[in-house]
Design a protein around this ligand. Sequence first.
Ligand code: 8IG
Length: 273
Amino acid sequence: MVHPLYAEGVNPFEFAEKAAQAIADKSGIPKHDIALTLGSGWSKAADLIGETISEIPANEIPGFSKPAVVGHVGTIRSIRLPNGKHALVIGARTHFYENHGVRAVVHSVRTAAKTGAKIMVLTNGAGGIKPEWAGGAAVLISDHINLTASSPLEGANFVDLTDLYSKRLRALAKEVDSTLDEGVYVQFRGPHYETPAEVQMAKTLGGHIVGMSTALEAIAARESGMEVMGMSLITNLAAGIQTTPLSHEEVIAAGKSAEARISKLLAEIVARF
Ligand code: 8IG
């Protein structure tokens, strides 16, 4: 079945506007200030950043669907921060490897922009190339390399990606935790994990983190005029950096054990926005 975003004559930005209107109607909050996509290991942050005003099942919002991945929650939450700002928390991510097309991948980001969000926080679980990140490090994304051979932009739309991952927001994060490390995120298509040779390629290209989600979303966020912060939880060392086989169960377990620590960290960072 073709995804609704690819139905005849659909404009993805008008569709995102409809989704944003549905969120406003269902939550009673007409405008959100910031948005967060919570990936593997990060979902507890939603409980810590403020008071949940409304929680909406993803399938009640046009263009959204239940996540394909165990460990993702499948709801959209409207949260009031202690400083009075409103955060939209997206617990439903569509991955490129689901083959619904890149419009579906970035629909939540475009919707967030249409709700009024000026800051987009993108979190994920990812593999680490630096051995010192073993054991569940949270790492800021400083830049990315997009190896999906795709883009969410359509047509001759030449968006600048210099400083895509905001220096200002990274500095705020480091005020909360000065030990936070940074790295270049390399997005592969997945859903298979990399071969050790592919990880060595990513390392040679200047990469430090390997993942399957965030680069395409960040591009769309920038296109929509949002300031972007990206953060990875290193749930595993990348293939060949760790010598044991990678498993999704390992990833889920690492996420669970890091959850409380990284969620508190993210809540403290967001409180400074
Ligand atoms: I969690 O090792 C997680 N997501 N591409 N490689 C890629 N994505 C990931 C990995 C990994 N771990």
